[in-house]
Write a protein that binds this ligand. Structure first.
Ligand code: G
Ligand code: G
Ligand code: MN
Ligand code: NA
Length: 253
């Protein structure tokens, strides 16, 4: 509870930061997007991980304000780099269950994008299984609404949950993000079987695929040969601050 109080204060004092991790096209190495990732810097230079404070933000309701702020920051960044990136470049933003439960979530997203004059085609939202499980009918409705505006939908951490297979065909998805736990097991026989099944399913459902947590050239080669379209991971770049990200984009131009 003390941590929640600290989080609320940090947010109010604008201490939260939005960092960016590039996403590349595996076949060419071209930068085709970035995932926006929250960071909570501490006075000693360390960071509290979002996997700790996001659940607190969700529990306390603060995630609604934080989520709105994230969208705004992501839009401002998109505007700032627009002239430096390719036409198909997208900014990926993670969203939480409580955000989806808001009656007007799709309109909120659209409103933010309109205010910042960012084309909805520039946005991708990353949803997780917890969002789908919460209220599948509502989720389908909201996703269809967002998609009609051109926003793309990626399913994050795919394959980790127990019910992934039951919803993947029901949801209007565009992209499947293969969780880095699977990527890590790619060198084992059973790991490869699971990965290749996921990739095959993605292809046959007409979804884009992205491998998360790519750290080695070998992994990149493996996924490229499987015709996985995109990758994200330390091999290309770690998540970085806005300033560093702008430099990165500038140099890659
Ligand atoms: O960056 P890192 O790997 O530490 O992120 C840990 C988790 O926190 C990831 O699962 C990521 O999806 C989540 N996360 C990061 N930023 C955000 C955000 O802005 N909103 C939500 N809902 N989750 C986020
Ligand atoms: O759950 P989600 O996929 O949104 O989380 C993304 C998180 O994964 C980021 O917080 C980022 O720090 C982390 N990450 C990104 N690339 C790599 C990688 O190559 N290796 C490892 N170990 N973690 C990564
Ligand atoms: Mn994510
Ligand atoms: Na993930």
């Amino acid at each position: 509870l003390e941590l929640i109080r600290n989080l609320r204060q940090a947010f109010a004092q604008q201490q939260l930061e939005l960092w960016y991790q590039p996403q590349v096209e595996l076949s060419s190495g071209r930068v085709v997007g970035a995932e926006a990732l929250l960071r909570w810097p501490q006075s000693d230079g360390s960071f509290i991980s979002p996997s700790i404070f996001i659940p607190l933000a969700e529990y306390s309701g603060l995630i609604l304000e934080i989520g709105h702020w994230v969208l705004e920051q992501a839009c401002m960044t998109m505007r700032a780099i627009e002239s430096e990136v390719s036409a198909d470049f997208r900014m990926a933003v993670n969203v939480s269950v409580p955000q989806f439960r808001q009656k007007n979530f799709a309109n909120e997203i659209l409103g933010v994008m309109r205010n910042h004059q960012v084309d909805p085609q520039r946005l991708e939202i990353e949803i997780t299984e917890s969002i789908v499980m919460d209220d599948p009918n509502l989720v389908v409705k909201v996703l269809n609404q967002l998609k009609s505006y051109g926003v793309r939908v990626a399913i994050d951490d795919f394959g980790v949950g127990f019910s992934s297979l039951s919803y993947v065909q029901r949801l209007p998805l565009d992209k499947l993000k293969i969780d880095r736990e699977f990527v890590r097991s790619a060198h084992t026989t059973s790991g490869a079987v699971v990965i290749e099944s996921i990739v095959n399913m993605g292809h046959r459902l007409g979804l884009q695929t992205l491998a998360e947590g790519i750290e080695t050239e070998q992994q990149a080669k493996y996924f490229d040969e499987l015709r996985v379209g995109q990758a994200q991971g330390y091999l290309y770049a770690k998540p970085m601050s806005l300033v560093a990200f702008k430099d990165f984009i500038e140099q890659r131009k």
